[in-house]
Design a protein around this ligand. Structure first.
Ligand SMILES: *[C@@H]1O[C@H](CO)[C@@H](O)[C@H](O)[C@H]1NC(C)=O
Ligand SMILES: *[C@@H]1O[C@H](CO)[C@@H](O)[C@H](O)[C@H]1NC(C)=O
Ligand SMILES: *[C@@H]1O[C@H](CO)[C@@H](O)[C@H](O)[C@H]1NC(C)=O
Ligand SMILES: *[C@@H]1O[C@H](CO)[C@@H](O)[C@H](O)[C@H]1NC(C)=O
Ligand SMILES: *[C@@H]1O[C@H](CO)[C@@H](O)[C@H](O)[C@H]1NC(C)=O
Length: 256
């Protein structure tokens, strides 16, 4: 008699608890899932490149070829984001042989696209990029770059150009812009093999990393993606178990 009563109470509790668990796990996600974020303000690349640097030559090329729009679109409208290597004005003015002057419009465009990766990479990601090298650039196909990361000291090798990431202009997902002191010349245009005249000058001037990359830009923590529904379920199940245990021990006490 008493045993039946307890059994009924326990089963009622089990039913009640499990329905409450279900209704919570079904009901809660819409409530606690992050509200649709207000449309994010995106970095205005034109603005950024006109005030940092100086990157006026690079910016002029980007505007003339409309590659700027491509980059801005990639930044605004994709999950991937973008990483841009911006050569300084000095980088362009010291470019003598080969120069960009006899390239076709399409080739110039490819050279510009060669200065970007279709994904946002923070400085800490370059360790991976060096393991993944050669890395395909925004120009696609054979337009690849090799990266080396020696404890945060990032070098880029295009075959024709060896340069370093000299500083980080901006590195906030979805846009990273890094300053470089040489224009990246792709083998896909200038040919593979040993660059004839590229070697002599730069070697002795390797400044002992005077302008090391800006340390940790933002850190961009990976957003915690804990699922609210699962934690509800777990805590509810916890209560359920405790109830059953409590009642069961009560039953045991009564009958012992
Ligand atoms: C990118 O976003 C900014 C602000 O968020 C906006 O002003 C600009 O028009 C957008 N550009 C493109 C090409 O989507
Ligand atoms: C981006 O910045 C440039 C230069 O400051 C400005 O002329 C342009 O209107 C800006 N574009 C947007 C979409 O805000
Ligand atoms: C540009 O001119 C240089 C010599 O003036 C030549 O070696 C090179 O092949 C030319 N490049 C292209 C893409 O025509
Ligand atoms: C870096 O590489 C490791 C293994 O090669 C991979 O597990 C990890 O997801 C990569 N990280 C990024 C940010 O690509
Ligand atoms: C890039 O790395 C690959 C693989 O290590 C190598 O075969 C290639 O020659 C390198 N290219 C340049 C330009 O250093």
């Amino acid at each position: 008699m008493e045993g039946k009563l307890f059994f009924m109470i326990i089963s009622m509790l089990v039913v009640w608890c499990s329905t409450s668990v279900n209704s919570q796990s079904v009901g809660s996600p819409p409530i606690s899932s992050p509200a649709p974020a207000p449309a994010p303000e995106h970095v205005n690349l034109t603005h950024l490149l006109s005030y940092a640097g100086p990157f006026h030559t690079f910016l002029n090329y980007l505007e003339k070829t409309k590659v700027l729009e491509t980059f801005q679109n990639q930044a605004n409208n994709t999950e991937e984001g973008i990483t841009i290597f911006a050569p300084t004005d000095d980088a362009f003015s010291k470019l003598k042989n080969p120069s960009l002057s006899n390239l076709t419009d399409d080739q110039i465009k490819s050279v510009l696209l060669f200065h970007a990766l279709s994904h946002y990479y923070s400085l800490s990601d370059f360790k991976n990029l060096s393991e993944m090298s050669p890395v395909m650039t925004y120009a696609g196909g054979q337009y690849t770059l090799n990266f080396t990361d020696v404890s945060g000291d990032v070098s880029i090798d295009s075959g024709w150009t060896k340069t370093k990431v000299s500083s980080s202009v901006v590195a906030t997902d979805p846009i990273a812009v890094y300053e470089i002191k040489n224009v990246l010349l792709p083998e896909a245009i200038f040919g593979a093999g040993i660059p004839p005249t590229a070697a002599p000058a730069p070697a002795p001037h390797i400044a002992p990393s005077a302008d090391t990359p800006v340390a940790d830009v933002g850190g961009s923590n990976s957003s915690p993606k804990s699922s609210p529904s699962s934690s509800c379920k777990i805590s509810n199940l916890g209560i359920l178990t405790q109830l059953i245990l409590a009642i069961a021990s009560g039953v045991v006490l009564m009958f012992s």
